[in-house]
Write a protein that binds this ligand. Structure first.
Ligand code: MIC
Ligand code: SF4
Length: 645
């Protein structure tokens, strides 16, 4: 007779990660390698990811499912975006990737609807990939080259996680929703200091949240800077998958009784009130009551955080029979065609149009500053996830992040207002499924080898880094403060169309902070000096865009010296041969000024041993360290991941 092996109680993270572990011991090693089942890319990061994938010489994708979405660059002013789409479509056909055409919807919403599977791992070249945590996936955002490696069948490396249980109890009061929950979490844990953590949602309150609401919460875990966030997969998940015609994808996953966590935090949902993240950080959380009555100029509803049927239907219920205030412009971008279809069928779309909303394409659009930038000094309320200064396309605008309920109520009032609540949107029993805009499903995983890849003039070569020199003779090309985001380093919006053209895009590195950075770097290089970036706390917050490392590499940046560096950006720096140093003594930040020489004798030796190094400057010596794994050391010494292969 078989005896059942007794295992220790496990949490959800362990239940998913352990069967995917291919390198490292969670109790011992600082870095773990995991097998990746699914990958996703979006167009803005995807072109580079696939150029890198191509240069790896692999015939077809080797992971279980690879999807290439087009949702960021859909404005198509000029030929560049359209050229990128053609390139992406041809790559997808050739290598066995499913291609989601522009207009189909936003990658995270679509992936949740059609492909996300509980218990699997998903790696995406977008920082909001953790949206999949809403359906019980370990879904992680990374740079494009990491996705390329995963598509080629390689492992992905994460810091051995610490797991925090966020225990939910009670039920949300009317007028509040999942956005207020994640803003509450952000108000407690902030946007820095959470590197290496995974947040696992637990407790009786979980079952009161539908899958789209869970996805909203998991999505904005990205703003906490955690590796990912995850919900259990339960009866609610099962209903969602069945309604999507995917009952077979369901797997029950919940934490065992007595499962251990590194930390726990409880939230009573019934005590949640409407919240907003005030300019210019998602962690700058205030109550809506405290800003009630503040004049609002613009209200934008959508983005991968809040563009589900549940969200937009809720907005329609609040706006029904009314008209938005005359001096407020309102834009609505749904997450997918499925959502639009449902809103069209149930009359919500007509309500929104009648209420005076501008109906936008199902795409990222306004969220990334590629559409409907607010007017000078405007107050813009958005249901998206990031309100970094200037991200909307208007530097002087004051962007607040709010729930769909608060957005709708404020659109009517013309000023900040909380919603009194509206009837809960019932979970649909059957979603209308139409996969017609997902191309190459029949050749997924196999590909069509003879396919010619279409390369318009905007598709440039992938630059390669140079090996780390024996001694680093560098110069502080820029000195920046705390919380520098990837939007500061490598702006999106109007510059987004150069994502597949590094020499062109590199002209805009640090444009919002110091437009002369590019020229200075080149003249330093002409004098034989490498460039060094000096920064404060939490450098590289935000996006997964590897261009924030790749373009600096192109400009001869070899080291970042910061008080702290965010996870995805740190991994991207390593991938492009830039050593991510942190100050041993944060006060040494004051010892270096822009244009100071920064020399590290025997930097190769320092990197090869414990990563500790001494930087000589005119003002004295600065002790720094780069905590690199064996794998990372090799990459940095070689001058980047591609150079190390
Ligand atoms: C973002 O929200 O900042 C983006 C645009 O989706 C980025 C990806 C990119 O820069 O292409 C992200 O979140 O990773
Ligand atoms: Fe797109 Fe905005 Fe989501 Fe980024 S955060 S994927 S730009 S909708």
């Amino acid at each position: 007779m078989k005896t059942k092996k007794k295992t220790r109680p496990m949490n959800v993270v362990e239940k998913i990660l352990l069967p995917h572990l291919v390198e490292g011991d969670p109790g011992r090693d600082p870095e773990l390698g995991i097998r990746i089942d699914q990958t996703l890319t979006q167009d803005a990061t995807g072109t580079m990811a696939y150029l890198q994938f191509e240069s790896m010489g692999v015939e077809r994708v080797r992971n279980e499912l690879a999807v290439s979405y087009v949702d960021h660059n859909t404005v198509q002013i000029g030929y560049e975006n359209a050229d990128d789409h053609d390139f992406l479509a041809s790559v997808a056909r050739k290598f066995g990737i499913i291609y989601s055409k522009a207009g189909n919807g936003i990658c995270h919403q679509l992936h949740l609807e059609r492909f996300g599977r509980p218990g699997t791992t998903l790696l995406g070249s977008d920082s909001h990939t953790p949206t999949g945590g809403g359906i019980g996936q370990i879904a992680i955002g990374a740079g494009g080259i990491d996705i390329a490696v995963a598509m080629a069948g390689g492992a992905f490396h994460i810091p051995a996680p610490k797991v925090r249980a966020i225990r939910l109890k009670g039920k949300l009061p009317p007028g509040t929703s999942a956005k207020d929950v994640i803003l509450k979490v952000l108000s407690k844990f902030g946007t820095k200091g959470n590197v290496g953590w995974i947040f696992e949602y637990a407790g009786p309150g979980v079952k009161t949240l539908d899958v789209p609401s869970r996805a909203t919460i998991a999505n904005m875990g990205a703003e906490l800077g955690v590796t990912t966030s995850v919900f259990p997969s339960d009866a609610v998940t099962k209903r969602f998958l069945a309604a999507q015609g995917r009952a077979g994808d369901y797997a029950a996953i919940s934490a065992d009784k007595g499962a251990k966590y590194d930390d726990e935090f409880e939230i009573d949902l019934s005590s949640i009130e409407p919240l907003a993240a005030a300019p210019h950080s998602p962690g700058n959380v205030v109550t809506v009551a405290s800003v009630a009555g503040t004049k609002v100029n613009q209200v934008m509803i959508g983005s991968c955080t809040n563009s589900s049927y549940r969200d937009i239907r809720t907005v329609a219920q609040i706006l029904k029979g009314k008209h938005v205030a005359d001096d407020v412009e309102v834009g609505i971008a749904c997450g997918s065609r499925q959502v639009v279809n449902m809103l069209a069928k149930d009359g919500s779309l007509a309500i929104l149009i009648k209420a005076g909303c501008r109906i936008l394409e199902n795409a990222c659009g306004f969220c990334i500053g590629a559409h409907m930038s607010p007017s000078t000094d405007a107050v813009s309320l958005r249901t998206s996830n990031r309100n970094f200064e200037g991200r909307s396309g208007t530097k002087s605008a004051k962007v607040y992040l709010v729930s769909p309920e608060t957005a709708a109520a404020s659109a009517l009032a013309g000023c900040f207002a909380a919603s009194k609540g509206t009837a809960a949107v019932p979970e649909p029993e059957k979603f209308p499924v139409d996969d017609a805009m997902f191309l190459y499903r029949d050749t997924a995983g196999k590909g069509v080898p003879g396919t010619e890849i279409v390369r318009g003039p905007n598709i440039a070569q992938v630059p390669r880094g140079v090996a780390m020199p024996k001694d680093l003779v560098g110069i502080a090309a820029i000195k920046v403060g705390d919380k520098i985001t990837t939007d500061h380093i490598m702006p999106a919006g109007a510059r987004l169309k150069f994502r597949s053209n590094v020499p062109e895009y590199a002209k805009y590195v640090f444009e919002p902070v110091d437009p002369k950075f590019h020229d200075r770097c080149l003249s330093n290089r002409a004098e034989g000096l490498f460039n060094v970036i000096v920064a404060g706390e939490s450098y590289g917050q935000g996006s997964s865009r590897e261009h924030a490392a790749l373009c600096p590499m192109f400009l001869g940046v070899k080291a970042v010296v910061a008080k702290s560096i965010e996870r995805i950006h740190r991994a991207n720096l390593v991938n492009f041969g830039i050593v991510p140093f942190v100050f041993e003594n944060p006060d040494d930040f004051d010892m270096v000024m822009q244009d100071d020489m920064m020399t590290v004798k025997n930097i190769r030796e320092a990197i090869s041993s414990d990563g500790r190094a001494l930087i000589r400057t005119v003002r004295g010596e600065i002790r720094v360290r780069a905590e690199l794994s064996e794998r990372e050391r090799k990459i940095v010494l070689a001058g980047g991941l591609l150079a190390s292969l």
